[in-house]
Design a protein around this ligand. Sequence first.
Ligand code: PLP
Length: 337
Amino acid sequence: MARIDLNFEAYKHNLNYLVNLAGNIEKLMVVFKDNAYGHGLLQMAPLAAAVGVKSVVVRNNSEASLLDGLFENILILADYPNSISSNSYAANSLEALQFFPKSTKIHLKLDTGMNRNGIKEDELKKALICIQKNGLKLEACFSHFYSADELSADFYVQKERYKNFKELVKQELKKLNLPTPYFHSCNSSALLRQNENMFDDDFARVGVATYGYCDGFIKHELKPVLSLWANKISSREIEQGEKVGYGGVFESEKRLKISTYDLGYADGLFRSDGKKELYLKDGKPFLGKTSMDSFMTIGDDEEVCLLEDAMPLAKHINTIVYEILVKLSPSIPRRVI
Ligand SMILES: *Cc1c(COP(=O)(O)O)cnc(C)c1O
């Protein structure tokens, strides 16, 4: 059966690498949203806990409910508590503050230029009054960089804006006699771009780097955690001129031994249309169009590795590793090695 292998050594290596940049493991908020970027939340969470991770980030209540007891802090990015919850919730707008029950721990999102979520500077006073009035606990304020993985001035401009917003929050809270909350802003690439000992936030929210990747120009020594494998369903010999798969897109120029393997686009595998060359890890080509539950390649190995590093495939099809990983079906069996 097709499977995903998760390399615990690589994962530990990546977490340690990031701990070195952030200062200590308490400062890492490990992002587990969307089934741990397709790796498998249930498999990855105990590994993170074993390494000593205390704080994690998920997308919604249902993901948080799978983590019971493993971590001290869970930040939920886009949901509301069903009842009194010990988890923390991102408040993504001024209006959103109305919908949290009393005593909910809030991470207030500050929009510093991405224009995706968060309040603007001129909404801060209203937000703080609302938090006080509704009895919410302002645990942290946070922001998100929109171009930390691009080589441009935008990142520095946004960093400056975040720094100023942070000061503004501190001032306003002082006026209201309220304690200073935590602050966090860095995603993986922003943390990887920090010069040594320059990290001055309370947390960094690291996703893709923990899985071994960083898109863009940033140099790093991260190791991919996931590898994807498929098993042989059947083999056959084809003659010169025979076609393979739907539409007969691949036509053999010689006598060939070919085999069919048990992964297809229903498993979240990128669907090749057979026109652009696409290769397995060992360089063997996909033959023709990918089927729903299978694909064909040359040879008759019992199992083949589709990828050990998602970056070449992402580049080849002009997308980002996030998309390749996150689409891998939760129903593919995962195995920690
Ligand atoms: C997904 C996400 C992250 C993690 O980003 P990476 O680039 O994977 O490190 C951090 N913060 C927020 C708000 C996110 O949605």
